[in-house]
Design a protein around this ligand. Structure first.
Ligand code: BG6
Ligand code: MG
Length: 217
């Protein structure tokens, strides 16, 4: 029995939200916009362009197209400087165990991320070798909640979407998985991810037995 296991990256495999926050906060400050951690929460799973649009809207600012492009690249430069310091100690709890179990069971594994930095991050934490396919922000034209990213992953894995299982921490990502007709597993709080088929606080709550059921159902 083969299922396609698709992992979001940010907030599922690594906690990069803190680095996005630092970089967005400095950018907002340069525009005299006060940017809070609660607002940063709302940027989870949201593309880079859309994130800046939201920050500008919260701050009631309009800027030129050129300035927008410049701010986007500045933000990413700073973000990448944090990423450069990452190592495998930043992999979230029990992610390696779950990956190992799925590999032992010969299950196809893909990444399905909105980030254009996904490959760099997977290399930093030395997990890239475990993925049979990688689909990230460079490969899609429509951002989550559009299911495109997960549908491309299913195609690359050569698995029917209905036989795919998605691990996601964002509202938009769970919606994307549901729309793709995949099994959605929310990683985070039930209050936020109630629309997922299953919700766990983190991977320590996901047992090998549960994974085995997903494979055999
Ligand atoms: C998502 C993150 O995975 O990727 C968002 O949750 C981020 O916070 C988005 O904005 C795009 O990432 P990047 O690395 O291309 O700026
Ligand atoms: Mg995420």
């Amino acid at each position: 029995n083969k299922k396609g296991f698709i992992f979001d990256l940010d907030g599922v495999i690594v906690d990069t939200a803190k680095y996005h926050f630092l970089a967005w906060k400095r950018l907002a400050k340069s525009l005299d916009i006060h940017f809070t951690e609660e607002e940063n929460e709302q940027l989870k799973g949201v593309s880079r362009v859309r994130s800046l649009e939201k920050i500008l809207a919260w701050g009631n600012k309009t800027i030129s197209k050129d300035q927008f492009t410049e701010l986007m690249s500045k933000k990413n430069e700073e973000y990448l400087s944090y990423i450069a310091e990452m190592d495998s100690s930043e992999i979230l709890s029990d992610v390696p165990r779950v990956l190992q179990y799925l590999i032992e069971k010969q299950q196809p594994i893909s990444l399905g991320s909105a980030s254009k930095n996904a490959r760099v991050i997977l290399d930093r934490v030395d997990l890239r070798k475990h993925f049979d396919a990688i689909v990230d922000g460079n490969d899609v034209s429509k951002a989550k909640p559009d299911p495109e990213v997960f549908l491309i992953a299913a195609k690359l894995l050569n698995i029917d979407p209905k036989d795919c299982i998605v691990f996601e921490d964002s509202v938009a990502g769970v919606t994307a998985a549901n729309t793709a007709n995949m099994v959605s597993i929310g990683i985070g709080s039930k209050d936020v991810l109630g629309h997922a088929d299953y919700v766990f606080n983190d991977f320590t709550e996901i047992s090998d037995d549960f994974l085995n059921e997903l494979i055999n159902n």
